[in-house]
Design a protein. Structure first.
Length: 396
């Protein structure tokens, strides 16, 4: 019964994670757009930065933003925080159920680093905590007053962590780990900086004091950081469905490109919202980045064999490899603990099924080393070479 409960918990948490993420990202994008599109004019109340008129759902909205805060507390105040907290809590729950409880399958690849499941989980949790502490230290240091320099150092910092993760965890584990790291930084910005600073402003208003403008300025800085990190995090959330991204030779470099083109795309929209024109060059840069990712993903797995393919094997040889390395999971009744059915419904326990799934075998076991996960059945490079030769010959 335990595998069934685990499977359903994974489904519920994944659904919650996606829904909460949509709510958080949607509100974040909206408020960044609103903040950038505000227009000053004469006659606005004291302390108002600007106003915006919007139309939606058959009605008109007139919105003003106070530079620090209104002169007194309004009767009703809507807070935006639970979207972020729910996204993180559901994500951490999903990380624990999918990657920590099945660390031998999804987090560890012993051809990368041979370690126990407990060690992998400890490294995962410690690295997320360390990364947040480093980021927080950089933001609070004098460097935090120089946005461009902070962004460049932050970019290098994330790329270095990504490179380290690809040399500690499996490719899939490394991608989810850097995604969890960035997501934790983003939600910590809300929990540790943005909401506490807003509470300080509210408390000052209630006490009849003038709020410190720095509280709002720091909160705005962290909100902008979250805005530029959003697209890379969404990409990393989706990447575990694409083995040519996470299980290939240059997986860390693919993440480095994504960490660059995500903010570039946001720059285009933010510039338009602010009325500073449409920097179309950003789309050329993003397209070049995606082309580079496609090229890198085709470079093959980390331990790709060089030279000519071996002679075309007989189908009996191919079937022997697949049955011995894959079919204990990809069968109607998997023997691997925790699996209630064949992963993604793919069965490789007969000759016809092996031929039918030749394309998936190529993507997951030849062009990448996504399968077997963590190479738990110790498929050898020579065996992958035979599969490559079979596929090159038309998978007959």
């Amino acid at each position: 019964m335990e595998p069934v409960i685990t499977e359903w918990l994974s489904l519920v948490l994944r659904w919650l994670h996606v829904v909460a993420g949509i709510a958080w990202i949607g509100s974040s994008f909206y408020f960044i757009h609103l903040d950038l599109s505000l227009k000053p004019r004469t006659g606005l109340p004291p302390g108002v930065k600007g106003e915006a008129w919007q139309v939606h759902g058959g009605g008109f909205y007139h919105i003003v933003k106070y530079l620090v805060a209104p002169s007194q507390m309004p009767d009703e105040l809507t807070w935006f925080k639970w979207e972020a907290y729910t996204t993180w809590l559901s994500g951490i729950g999903l990380l624990a159920i999918v990657y920590y409880l099945a660390a031998d399958l999804f987090l560890i690849d012993r051809s990368v680093l041979d370690m126990s499941a407990g060690a992998a989980v400890a490294i995962s949790l410690a690295s997320v905590t360390l990364a947040w502490l480093v980021y927080e230290g950089l933001c609070r240091s004098p460097l935090g007053r120089h946005e461009v320099a902070l962004a460049l150092i932050g970019y290098v910092f994330l790329v270095l962590f990504t490179y380290a993760f690809t040399h500690v965890f499996s490719g899939r584990g490394a991608f989810v780990q850097i995604g969890a790291l960035i997501g934790t930084i983003m939600v910590a910005n809300v929990f540790v900086i943005i909401i506490p600073n807003q509470k300080k402003i509210v408390a000052a208003l209630i006490a009849g004091r003038e709020p410190n403008p720095q509280w709002g300025a720091v909160g705005k800085q962290r909100s902008v950081h979250n805005n530029y990190l959003t697209l890379p995090v969404v990409f990393l959330m989706l990447s575990n469905h694409y083995p040519l991204l996470y299980a290939t030779r240059f997986n860390w470099l693919i993440v480095a490109i994504v960490l660059a083109i995500g903010p570039i795309i946001r720059h285009f929209f933010n510039s338009r919202h602010e009325g500073k024109g449409s920097p179309w060059w950003t789309w050329a840069a993003a397209a070049a980045g995606m082309i580079a990712i496609a090229w890198l993903s085709a470079a093959g797995p980390r331990a790709a064999a060089s030279g000519a393919l071996p002679a075309a094997p007989t189908f009996a040889q191919v079937e022997d490899i697949v049955v011995s390395r894959c079919s204990m999971c990809h069968t109607s009744e998997p023997v691997w603990a925790g699996l209630t059915g064949p992963p993604k419904g793919v069965m490789l326990d007969t000759a016809d099924r092996i031929r039918a799934h030749a394309r998936l075998i190529e993507l997951n076991a030849v062009r990448s080393h996504a399968m077997p996960p963590g190479n738990v059945t110790e498929m050898m490079d020579g065996e992958r070479g035979l599969l490559a030769a079979w596929l090159a010959g038309g998978a007959r």
